[in-house]
Design a protein around this ligand. Structure first.
Ligand code: NAP
Length: 360
C-alpha cells in the first residue's frame, strides 16, 4: 500500500496531505538557500509555488519530497570544494606555525620533514610521512616548500615528482624570492604550477594573528584553466581570510626591498645580541624596542639569517653600506672629540692661540 503522505498520493488524493512532521532544534536553512542557489542553481521553492496549478497542498508535498538536509549537504559540498590538501615539506618552526592556521580553516595537512615531527603533526590533526614517496602518493593539491633556504635545493631534488598529479601547485615560503623562483622553474616538470610567496611575519610577530601583516606573492607560472586559477586563488585566500595585507610583487623587487627591511633588521638584532643586553629597572621605551628586536630576530634559526645573506645578492651591498655608515658615524664622533682636545691643547686659558706649556 502506498502511504498517504507519499509524493504519488499527494498528486492524486483530493485532500491536502498532512503537514510534514515538525523537527525541533533543526536550524532554518532558508536564508542560506539564497547564497547556495546562486552557487549550485538550487531551484527556489517559491518558483514551484507559482508555477504549479494544483494548490498549496501539493507544493508542501514537493517540499517534503526534497531531502530535508539537501541544503546542508550542498553547503558541505561547497566547503569541501574550497578545502585544499596541502603537503608541507619542511615541518619545522615555520611549517608548524602555518599548519596551525591551515588546519583551523579546515584544510587537510600532510607533513614531511627530515626529522621526526610526527607528534607535532598529530597534535595539529596532520598526517606525518617519513618517506617522500608516501607523501606524494597522497596526491596533494598543493606542495608547500617550507624548508630552510640553505637546504631547499637538496630537499626539492629529493622529491619524487612522478608520483604527484601532473598539475600540482608548488608554493614556496622562503624568505628570499629570486633564488626559489629560479630553482622551481629549473627543477620542476613544466606541467606544475608555481607560486612564490613570502609571509612577512613569523611565529613571534604573528602569534596574536595575521591581520594587517604583509603577505608577498608572485604568480610565477599558473596554468590558464579555470581549476588551476581557482586552486591558486583558494591558496592565497587562506592568508587573505586571516586579514593579511596581500602584496603582489615580482621576486626581484621583493629581494631589493627585503635586503633593507629584513636583512638589516636581522643584522642589527644579531649585533645587539652580541652585546648581551640586559633589562634594567630604568629601561626606556627605545631600549625596550631594542630588547624586543633581539628577541624577535634571535628566535629564528641562524640558518634562516645565513640564507638571507647568502641567497639575496642585495645583502652583501647592504652589509657594506652598514659598515660604512658605522665608520662614518664613528668618524663624526671622534672628529668632534679631537676638535675639543685640540682646542684644549693649543689654546691658552685666556683665549689666545698660544700653546699651553705642558709639564712632562
Ligand atoms: P629554518 O631554519 O629556515 O628551516 C627549518 C626547516 O628546514 C625545518 O623544517 C628543517 O627540517 C629543514 N631543514 C633544515 N636543514 C635541512 C637539511 N639539511 N635537510 C632537510 N631539511 C632541512 O627555520 P624556519 O623558521 O622553520 O623557516 C622555514 C622556511 O620558512 C625558511 O625558508 C624561511 O626562510 C621561511 N620563513 C620563515 C619565517 C620565520 O619567521 N621563521 C617567516 C617567513 C618565511 P627538520 O625540522 O625536519 O630538521
Amino acid at each position: 500500500m502506498i502511504p498517504s503522505h507519499s509524493l504519488f498520493a499527494s498528486l492524486t488524493h483530493p485532500l491536502p496531505p498532512p503537514p510534514p512532521p515538525r523537527l525541533p532544534n533543526l536550524p532554518s536553512f532558508r536564508p542560506r538557500a539564497t547564497l547556495l542557489s546562486r552557487v549550485f542553481h538550487v531551484p527556489s521553492r517559491r518558483c514551484h509555488r507559482q508555477r504549479l496549478p494544483w494548490g498549496g497542498g501539493a507544493v508542501r508535498a514537493l517540499d517534503a519530497a526534497q531531502a530535508f538536509d539537501y541544503e546542508s549537504r550542498a553547503s558541505e559540498e561547497l566547503e569541501q570544494r574550497a578545502r585544499l590538501k596541502i603537503a608541507i615539506v619542511g615541518f619545522g618552526n615555520f611549517g608548524q606555525f602555518l599548519a596551525r592556521t591551515f588546519a583551523a580553516q579546515g584544510h587537510g595537512i600532510l607533513a614531511y620533514s627530515r626529522s621526526d615531527h610526527s607528534a607535532a603533526a598529530g597534535s595539529l590533526g596532520a598526517t606525518f610521512f617519513r618517506d617522500p614517496h608516501d607523501l606524494c602518493e597522497q596526491h596533494p593539491d598543493v606542495v608547500l616548500l617550507c624548508t630552510s633556504i640553505l637546504s631547499a635545493e637538496a630537499v626539492l631534488r629529493s622529491l619524487p615528482f612522478q608520483r604527484l598529479r601532473r598539475s600540482t601547485l608548488f608554493v614556496d615560503v622562503l624568505s628570499v624570492k629570486e633564488f626559489p623562483k629560479n630553482l622551481l622553474l629549473h627543477i620542476l616538470p613544466p606541467d606544475f604550477d608555481i607560486l612564490c610567496t613570502h609571509p612577512m611575519f613569523g611565529p613571534e610577530s604573528g602569534k596574536h594573528g595575521w591581520a594587517g601583516l604583509p603577505f608577498v606573492y608572485d604568480k610565477v607560472r599558473i596554468g590558464e584553466s579555470e581549476d588551476r586559477v581557482d586552486r591558486c586563488r583558494r591558496f592565497l585566500d587562506i592568508f587573505a581570510r586571516e586579514g593579511c595585507r596581500m602584496v603582489e610583487m615580482s621576486c626581484a623587487e621583493h629581494d631589493e626591498n627585503a635586503a633593507e627591511i629584513q636583512f638589516l633588521t636581522h643584522t642589527v638584532g644579531r649585533i645587539l645580541a652580541k652585546l648581551n643586553l640586559k633589562s634594567t629597572p630604568i629601561n626606556t621605551k627605545g631600549y625596550e624596542t631594542l630588547l624586543k628586536l633581539v628577541e624577535n630576530t634571535c628566535s629564528d634559526s641562524f640558518d634562516l639569517y645565513n640564507g638571507l645573506f647568502m641567497y639575496n645578492k642585495n645583502s652583501t651591498e647592504l652589509l657594506e653600506r652598514l659598515e660604512l655608515a658605522f665608520d662614518s658615524l664613528k668618524k663624526e664622533l671622534f672628529g668632534r672629540l679631537h676638535d675639543i682636545l685640540r682646542k684644549q691643547l693649543f689654546e691658552s686659558p685666556n683665549g689666545s692661540s698660544a700653546p699651553v706649556a705642558k709639564d712632562n
